[in-house]
Design a protein around this ligand. Structure first.
Ligand SMILES: [Zn+2]
Length: 286
């Protein structure tokens, strides 16, 4: 009886152990996907990172390669699924976790904003230098399709490019936009007023679908909601600084529970407040 229950106990432990090991392995697995967005535009996922690409009769216009491994996978998938090769790669901005890996597209001409060059030259990550740069707008045409690139000033970085696919009415806005999710951590490196201004410009555009670099797809209403959240946070922080409140008091006061349903609220809400305090104190006189 005893040995039988011991056997059962060890059997149960073995099953639990196997489940734990299994879940650990699954958690480390790379998630890569291609999903159709609309028309000739597709979304590419590599774990928590996303980019988009457009298939034309003369080749593919890709955007962020994400990493060498991710881009190598994508290049092969594009060859198999569409019998095409990547002719252009457009960097959304210089950040290594989006711009790395273009060497996996040997035929591609790389396009980026001119301000990205010094960051790429200084980086120790596998980021290829662009072949073509621009400073304000760029219209790229291939196989009767086109993508329009807008530089709307300093926002998430000083070289972030907003990409619009006009036929499909899709915007790829990478790290500058978020759908049902708080802005990333403490706005490090972000010109918040520039970001708000860019959101106002974007919400005037003829766009149906918004594709961020992280998280779910959205619409123009999500751009408006994102901008409204950031403006509201900035207004509250500014008012409390004017009232002479300490940073700790401001952090204690501003909780914005109406956004508790957004992703990363528990992790980033207080970081958002702290980052906004830093930004407002650096950019405004009181
Ligand atoms: Zn970024």
């Amino acid at each position: 009886m005893k040995s039988k229950s011991s056997f059962r106990l060890y059997g149960t432990l073995a099953v639990i152990l196997a489940l734990l090991v299994g879940s650990t392995v699954r958690a480390q697995e790379v998630v890569r996907n291609i999903t159709h967005i609309a028309g000739d535009v597709y979304r590419f996922q590599n774990n928590a990172h996303y980019s988009v690409f457009m298939v034309t009769s003369e080749g593919v216009i890709a955007t962020d390669p994400i990493s060498v491994e991710a881009a190598t996978w994508l290049n092969e998938e594009i060859r198999q699924r569409f019998n095409q090769s990547v002719k252009y790669v457009i960097y959304s901005h210089d950040h290594w976790d989006h711009a790395s890996g273009a060497a996996a597209f040997p035929e591609a001409t790389i396009i980026a904003h001119a301000n990205a060059i010094p960051y790429i030259e200084a980086s120790d990550q596998p980021i290829e230098l662009p072949d073509i740069t621009f400073t304000s707008e760029f219209d790229l045409r291939l196989g009767g399709k086109h993508v329009h690139l807008y530089y709307l000033g300093v926002s998430h970085s000083d070289n972030l490019v907003y990409m619009v696919f006009p036929e499909e009415k899709i915007l790829f806005g990478v790290d500058a936009i978020a759908v049902n999710r708080l802005p990333f951590q403490d706005f490090e490196g972000t010109d918040i007023d520039g970001l708000i201004g860019a959101m106002y410009a974007l919400q005037q555009m003829d766009i149906d679908i918004v594709a961020p670099g992280h998280g779910e797809l959205g619409t123009i209403e999500d751009i408006v909601a994102h901008r409204t959240y950031i403006e509201s946070l900035k207004d509250q922080v500014t008012a409390l600084i004017r009232m002479g409140r300490t940073d700790a008091e401001i952090m204690e006061t501003i909780k914005m529970p109406q956004y508790s349903g957004w992703g990363s609220y528990n992790d980033w809400q207080q970081m958002n407040v702290r980052g906004m305090i830093t930004y407002v104190k650096e950019h405004y006189r009181f």
